[in-house]
Design a protein around this ligand. Structure first.
Ligand code: UD1
Length: 367
């Protein structure tokens, strides 16, 4: 047993926040089938609510974490530091050979930094995305994680170009495609069988799904007021469903803003999100993942941001960027989006086989 175990590679897979879960699910599924790998799933606890975390484990069929670090909420420095301290301990205790991190949240950078400082190899899934806006915490996490990673696993060719421009060696860059789409393609059939939209009295193709949670949109009172103003205007002609992120709810309440006829809900799970996106006339969002999912589903998407780290969704997909300046601009963008014909797109490598490519590359490199 000990010799067998001795030849096993210990691979730590790290998740922390809501957008990480659909990225790790397909990787873990393929990795768990790898006979030479001892896979350890680590949940940092950055997100901890039922609706922000457990619901996603259930929806995506992810097994229970082997380690729960329970770091919870806090300032950026605090949260990042606590993940680093806990990760250092786990990496040493488990004698890790490789740490896999996904996306761009605080847990991603913290785990990568703890591993790199211990000389343990790091693989970053969704490497190379850049909004070129350093006021976004995620942009800092992306830049730094890619500098630390031994394997920069990219979802699109623009990401490869970004990394090369930053001086990252070509031999560290691997184009693998979009891991989000692996999960989407597994779950979409089930998502289409849900009755949620009908239960909410919504008609397919006639309602709007909105999600807003970026600090730049919700922490600024004037900005949030413009967005809610636009959603209220749109809700005069089309029902607007707004599952509300805890950060947004705190701000709406704190600023004393009106949601009026917007239909505010608790955060929804992954299957519900795909179900409501698939049936929507238009999606209005500031999420990264929804920009990609709407492209594959063919649903017009209005993204309330100045920039996107996912330009393929604009050049090849259904996405339009709309900087939040005033209510009317958002309403006008909605008007353009609603008149578009639904047309699903699959950019290169968005084919549901990204996890297989990732495990193949990592296997060849660490064995
Ligand atoms: C984080 C990610 C962001 C991602 C988003 C998805 C970073 C820097 N940002 O932002 O990229 O798009 O997750 O949701 O990592 N809260 C709860 N329950 C929870 C989690 C959070 O109530 O389960 C509340 C807390 O009050 C917390 C606030 O939400 O202070 C923000 O949470 P945090 O993890 O700091 O960042 P997000 O805004 O969720």
């Amino acid at each position: 047993m000990s010799t067998e175990r001795g030849s096993m590679k210990v691979v730590l897979h790290v998740v922390g926040a809501r957008p990480n879960f659909m990225k790790i699910a397909p990787i873990l599924r393929v990795a768990d089938a790898e006979p030479g790998w001892d896979n350890v799933l680590i949940h940092t606890g950055q997100h901890y609510d039922e609706g922000m975390s457990s619901a996603f484990f259930r929806d995506l069929g992810i097994r229970a974490p082997d380690e729960s670090l329970g770091v919870g909420s806090g300032s950026h420095a605090n949260q990042t530091a606590r993940v680093m301290v806990e990760m250092e301990r786990v990496i040493l205790e488990r004698k890790a050979d490789l740490v896999v991190v996904v996306g761009d949240v605080n847990s991603t950078l913290a785990a990568a930094l703890a591993a790199a400082k211990l000389g343990v190899k790091v693989a970053h899934v969704e490497a190379g995305l850049r909004s070129h806006d350093r006021s976004m915490p995620e942009e800092l996490n992306r830049l730094l994680t890619d500098q630390l990673a031994d394997f920069c696993l990219t979802p699109s060719r623009d990401a490869d170009a970004n990394l090369l421009r930053e001086g990252i060696l070509r031999e560290r860059i691997f184009f693998v495609g979009n891991i989000m789409i692996d999960s989407l393609l597994v779950v979409i059939k089930h998502a289409r069988t849900l009755s949620l939209a009908t239960d909410l009295g919504l008609v397919r193709g006639e309602y709007v799904l909105a999600t807003i949670h970026r600090p730049s949109n919700v922490d600024d009172r004037a900005q949030l007021e413009e967005i809610l103003g636009a959603l209220r205007v749109i809700s005069n002609s089309h029902p607007v469903i707004l599952p509300m992120h805890p950060r947004t709810r705190e701000r709406v309440t704190g600023f004393g803003l009106e949601t009026g006829s917007i239909r505010v809900m608790e955060p929804i799970g992954y299957v519900e999100s795909l179900h409501l996106q698939d049936g929507a006339a238009v999606v209005i969002t500031d999420s990264g993942g929804l920009q990609e999912e709407t492209t594959v589903l063919g649903v017009p998407c209005v993204t309330l941001r100045d920039s996107t780290e996912r330009p393929v969704t604009v050049t090849e997909g259904t996405n339009e960027l709309v900087p939040v300046r005033n209510t009317q601009q958002i309403v006008n963008a909605f008007g353009r989006a609603i008149s578009k014909v639904r047309s699903p797109r699959r950019p290169e490598g968005w084919d549901g086989r990204t996890a297989e490519r990732i495990v193949q590359i990592l296997k060849n490199s660490i064995d």
